[in-house]
Design a protein around this ligand. Structure first.
Ligand code: ADP
Ligand code: MG
Length: 234
C-alpha cells in the first residue's frame, strides 16, 4: 500500500503552470528521489505537498487527505519539510532552531532531540552556536534536524546537496540512509545531482518542465537518457 500518494497534481503561479498532472506514490520506509534540472518544478512539488502553492489534484498521507488543509495541519498530520533555502533563524542557536521545529511535536521533544543528536553529533557539540556562523553543510543538518523535531511520518528534503562539497554530500547521504535503516523513516528528496539520487534512493521520478517523464527503480533508470537530460538540463 502506498503511503504518500499524489494524484494529478498541477500547480500554478498566477497564470503560469509549474506542474502538469504529476502523480507519484511513496511506500512506507522507502527513499524516493525526484530528479530534474533547475526550474523543472522540484521545489514547487514539495511546496505543493505543504500547501504553499495553488494546486489542483489530490494528495494523501495514509488515510488522511492533505489537500485543502493548511501547512501547520499538514505538519501535524506527519509531513516534515526541509526546504531548499533552509529558513533558519540566523541569530538563534542551533538548539533553539531545532526547538522551533518542535512546536507541533506530538511526541516527546526530548526523544526527538536525542535522535537528532545521534544522527548529527556535531549539532550537539555546537548547540549554542548561532547558525549564521555555520557552514552550509552544518546548516543543512540543522534544517534536517528541525524537520525531524516535528515527528514526521514522511520527510521531504529539497536538494540536500545544493552548494555542498562532495565530502559533505556523502555525510548527508549517510544520515538519510541511517534515518531509514535505524528509524524506519520514509523520505522524499529532490535532486539535480542524479548521481547522488542514484546512490541513495530506491526509486526515482524524472521531472522535466513540470511533467513526470520517467519513473522506475534505480536499476531501471540508471542508463535512461531522460535521467541524463534531467541531470544536464536542456
Ligand atoms: N514564486 C514563484 N513565482 C512564479 N514562478 C515561480 C515561482 N517559483 C517558481 N516559479 C517557476 O516555476 C517553475 C519551477 O520552479 P521550481 O519549482 O523552483 O523548480 P526547481 O526547484 O526544480 O528548480 C520555474 O519555471 C520557476 O520559474
Ligand atoms: Mg528548487
Amino acid at each position: 500500500m502506498s503511503f504518500l500518494t499524489i494524484e494529478n497534481l498541477s500547480a500554478f503561479y498566477g497564470k503560469a503552470q509549474a506542474l502538469h498532472d504529476v502523480s507519484l506514490k511513496v511506500s512506507e520506509g522507502e527513499i524516493v528521489a525526484i530528479v530534474g534540472a533547475n526550474g523543472a518544478g522540484k521545489s514547487t512539488l514539495l511546496d505543493s505537498v505543504m500547501a504553499l502553492t495553488k494546486t489542483t489534484g489530490v494528495i494523501r498521507l495514509g488515510d488522511a487527505v492533505l489537500t485543502g488543509r493548511n501547512s501547520s495541519e499538514i505538519v501535524r498530520l506527519g509531513v516534515g519539510y526541509a526546504p531548499e533555502r533552509f529558513n533558519l533563524f540566523p541569530y538563534m542557536s542551533v538548539r533553539d532552531n531545532l526547538l522551533v521545529g518542535a512546536y507541533t511535536a506530538r511526541e516527546d521533544i526530548a526523544r526527538n532531540l536525542d535522535m537528532v543528536h545521534k544522527l548529527f553529533p556535531r549539532l550537539e557539540e555546537r548547540e549554542h552556536q548561532e547558525t549564521s556562523t555555520q557552514s552550509g553543510g552544518e546548516r543543512q543538518m540543522v534544517s534536517l534536524g528541525r524537520a525531524l523535531m516535528t515527528s514526521p511520518r514522511v520527510l521531504l528534503v529539497d536538494e540536500p546537496t545544493i552548494g555542498l562539497a562532495p565530502k559533505v554530500c556523502l555525510e548527508i547521504a549517510d544520515v538519510l540512509r541511517r534515518l531509514r535503516t535505524e528509524f524506519g523513516a520514509t523520505i522524499v528528496i529532490t535532486e539535480q545531482n542524479a548521481n547522488f539520487a542514484l546512490s541513495l534512493a530506491e526509486r526515482l521520478y524524472v521531472l522535466e518542465s513540470g511533467h513526470v517523464t520517467a519513473t522506475g527503480t534505480v536499476d531501471e533508470l540508471r542508463d535512461d537518457v531522460r535521467l541524463a537530460e534531467a541531470y544536464f538540463g536542456h
